[in-house]
Design a protein around this ligand. Sequence first.
Ligand SMILES: NC(=O)C1=CN([C@@H]2O[C@H](COP(=O)(O)OP(=O)(O)OC[C@H]3O[C@@H](n4cnc5c(N)ncnc54)[C@H](O)[C@@H]3O)[C@@H](O)[C@H]2O)C=CC1
Ligand SMILES: O=C(O)[C@@H]1CCC=N1
Length: 269
Amino acid sequence: MTKSLYAIGGGQMVEAIIRASLKNQATSPETTHVVDISPDRVRYLADTYHISTSREFQTQALKDSDLILLGVRPQDDWAGISKQIGASGQKKTIISIVAGVTIEQLTDAIGDEDYPVVRIIPNTLTDTGFGVSGVALNASARQEDVDEFLKSFGKVDYIPEKQIDIYTGYAIAGPNYIYNFYLALTNAGVLGGLSRKQANEIALENLQGAAKMLEITGKHPYELLDINNSAGGVGIAAQHELDASDFAAGVQNAVLAAIKRTTELGKES
Ligand SMILES: NC(=O)C1=CN([C@@H]2O[C@H](COP(=O)(O)OP(=O)(O)OC[C@H]3O[C@@H](n4cnc5c(N)ncnc54)[C@H](O)[C@@H]3O)[C@@H](O)[C@H]2O)C=CC1
Ligand SMILES: O=C(O)[C@@H]1CCC=N1
């Protein structure tokens, strides 16, 4: 069933969520309202998605909504906004996408420890049908109230809140690691003498094909490498260089840095 939505902070991520949820008819333009302090943003969102927007908190729009989407950054005034929501006297489920900010921090700011809060770290592949969002609920929130809306912008994994920061650094920042790998690989193709276009097409084909091989065979990557690396051949020569480099540790350190930064953001805000 279509939900009416009151979103606060109409930036990149909220726009991606709104675009997908409108497309999948989990929300409708007539019952979506976005508040953003930026005049350019509210104009752009209203013109593009034909939704209602405002630069200030709108108690009536909040009252008319089924769900509240909190989409500002951890550095923004999420605490002040939460306080306003608490003061409105309305008890609509809040879905917070604010990285690092805990359910307890939110209910403290709202001033009601029993306020229904869903903390989600949304995937950034909302337009593709791929990507998993990690979701944690407090005892007052009900999965059935949010499930359809959340699934309109990706797959959903309900997890304990203590896993959310790991999820953020590993799963949600996940496409970034792939983009970096793609960039490194395509540059190698160009370095070897292929055109940029050829290098891009081949890498994209291989990325998708390799992902499919992992999925359909269920084999461990070591087994697939064993098939591809002939004795004394080409693949094993490349493997030797990769094994001697800090490739694996570099990727792992990047993920650990992202997890650490998520935790820091929650503490700083
Ligand atoms: N961009 C991404 O890939 C992901 C972002 N997130 C989370 O989503 C949230 C938003 O991130 P982005 O969309 O990238 O940031 P953004 O900077 O594009 O969006 C934030 C928006 O909030 C508005 N804003 C700031 N203070 C406000 C206030 N007091 N009232 C109303 N609007 C206000 C800003 O004008 C801006 O349009 C962050 O908390 C981030 O951790 C989570 C997962 C992925
Ligand atoms: O970089 C960020 O802060 C957001 C949260 C996780 C991915 N993107």
